[in-house]
Design a protein around this ligand. Structure first.
Ligand SMILES: C[S@@+](CC[C@H](N)C(=O)[O-])C[C@H]1O[C@@H](n2cnc3c(N)ncnc32)[C@H](O)[C@@H]1O
Length: 494
């Protein structure tokens, strides 16, 4: 029988399930696991997820669902906590179609049965979880459950697939089907990528999902590597607790840790719901984790300006290198070639071109008079579209001044965005001010808070709130920028 943490002599039950998962990982190929979106939760994170739901009032028989169960570490961790902390008994439904993982799951459920005794029962369903969706079936194959605990698979799915909704990634469909299998007031504790929180792709999902589910708590990992280190997963993850029912007015409990190692000492924050769900055009979700995050969101929410209001536009570099290799050159030809700019030419605050012999990419482009691929040699703020999370700033960009590079035109590759004034010219001082703002600590903080990924796409830049026109109109002098900076300092708590 179970003792303490379920330890049945030697390693605890969850540690033994962790070893089962290691064995499963060792017996399968990476391609097999990738195809199934299979990566296993460590015992420590499993305990954290199981500790998330409230168990107050739990009595009778609690039904727990573990969709995409792997070897069942999450469902077993949840059952263990319910049995330890309440008088309720537990029935666990574990869904896992992969025969290799299911073999481990059966062993795990047997071990749980003998550790937990009569108050515990379990069943394994070896089918596609999305096919259990009561909304598509028209009836319930699985009776409603009180708790769902999930680390769903993740991989992209095409919008035409109709199982479980139209979300673009299988993990979000798992969240939706889970929400439809909960009793009113039931809770979903899950670890999922952060990508559903912002951007247009997941907007419809967000609107549907949060019309029936209320976010109560979330934990954000600062490190992309830490949550699933053993599986080499590089992904920004969030642990969320959601309750089936109307949105409450209560503050959302937010926490963060660097990764798994400091999970027991997270920083905590109570965030007003209006700052987590700012009701912007895309129904985004923000996860502020420090008091200065709250001040930053409030500051940006007060700004009504935008690039469009300044008469500016963001475009993506028109040169897609693999489609126009024939135009790219390593050497200049007098009067015929234009400078070609790549991501590597853009460093924080500056454009450096040419990089010369050490740089392997062609630094010139020759389009023989076809200027559609080129942009006029004017002043721009040029920004990288991709950044590494570990980079100091998410928005990396610099000012390119009119005429500072040779020739009448330039080639910009499509990993770059550039800010310009359609039908006119961006002034140097406007470009300087914009680049300083976008590259500031304040904008970096806001961008990290509001964007669940490391891309800096043109849409997000277009939607970035900017200080009002009085602060940022041309000609920009130093005084308004000082005011913005003073506000920024206040937001950052200095
Ligand atoms: C990210 S893993 C998590 C495993 C386990 N829950 C854990 O936390 O260690 C997702 C699991 O979902 C399973 N899976 C993939 N597609 C599925 C589907 N359509 N229905 C049910 N399970 C699925 C995979 O085989 C994998 O074991």
């Amino acid at each position: 029988m179970m003792n303490g943490d379920g330890a049945a002599g030697g390693a605890s039950l969850l540690e033994r399930l962790g070893e089962l998962a290691d064995g499963c990982r060792a017996r399968t190929t990476e391609a097999h696991r990738k195809g199934l979106g299979q990566f296993f939760t460590s015992p420590r994170i499993a305990r954290f997820l199981a500790d998330y739901p409230s168990l107050s009032g739990s009595a009778g028989k609690l039904r727990i669902l573990d969709p995409g169960a792997g070897v069942g570490i999450l469902g077993v961790a949840m059952a263990q906590r319910v049995l330890r902390e309440t008088q309720a008994s537990v029935h666990l439904v574990a869904v896992e179609p992969d025969p290799l993982a299911a073999a481990g799951l059966r062993l795990a459920l047997d071990a749980a049965r003998s550790a937990f005794g009569e108050r515990f029962s379990a069943e394994h369903l070896g089918e596609d979880f999305l096919a259990l969706d009561p909304a598509t079936l028209g009836h319930a194959r699985v009776s409603p459950v009180d708790l769902v605990i999930a680390n769903p698979p993740y991989f992209k799915v095409s919008p035409s697939e109709d199982l479980g909704g139209d979300a673009p990634n299988i993990y979000a469909r798992f969240m939706e089907v889970s929400s439809r299998l909960l009793v009113p007031g039931g809770q979903l504790s899950c670890i999922v990528p952060r990508s559903f929180t912002s951007g247009a792709y997941f907007e419809r999902f967000r609107r549907r999902f949060f019309s029936s589910m209320s976010l109560e708590k979330a934990h954000v990992f600062d490190s992309r590597r830490d949550a699933f280190r053993a599986d080499g997963v590089l992904q920004e993850n969030v642990i969320a607790l959601l309750r089936c029912g109307p949105t409450s007015d209560l503050d959302v409990v937010l926490s963060s840790s660097g990764g798994e190692s400091d999970l027991d000492a997270p920083s905590l924050l109570l965030a007003p719901r209006t700052l987590v769900f700012p009701r912007d055009r895309h129904a985004s979700i923000f996860f502020p984790t420090f008091a200065e995050d709250l001040r930053t969101i409030r500051l940006f929410q007060g700004w009504k300006g935008s690039l469009a209001e300044l008469g500016l536009e963001v475009s993506t570099g028109p040169v897609v290198p693999f489609r126009c290799r024939e135009h790219l050159r390593s050497r200049p030809a007098a009067g015929r070639t234009s400078p070609m700019l790549w991501m590597q030419h853009v460093r924080s605050g500056a454009i450096t071109w040419p990089l010369g012999d050490g740089f392997r990419k062609p630094e010139y482009i020759c389009t023989r008079g076809d200027e559609r691929l080129l942009v006029p040699n004017l002043t721009y703020v040029i920004l990288r579209r991709f950044s590494a999370k570990e980079e100091r700033r998410r928005i990396v960009g610099g000012v390119l001044r009119k005429g500072s590079l040779p020739g009448s035109h330039l080639g910009l590759e499509n990993h770059l965005n550039f800010i310009h004034r359609p039908g006119g010219e961006l002034l140097d001082r406007e470009a300087d001010a914009l680049a300083a703002l976008l590259g500031s600590e304040l904008f970096d903080r806001y961008f990290r808070l509001t964007s669940g990924h490391t891309q800096v796409n043109a849409t997000e830049l277009r939607e970035l709130p900017l200080p009002s026109l009085e602060h940022l109109t041309s000609p920009m002098d130093l005084q308004p920028r000082r005011e913005v900076l003073a506000q920024a300092e206040a937001a950052l708590g200095r």
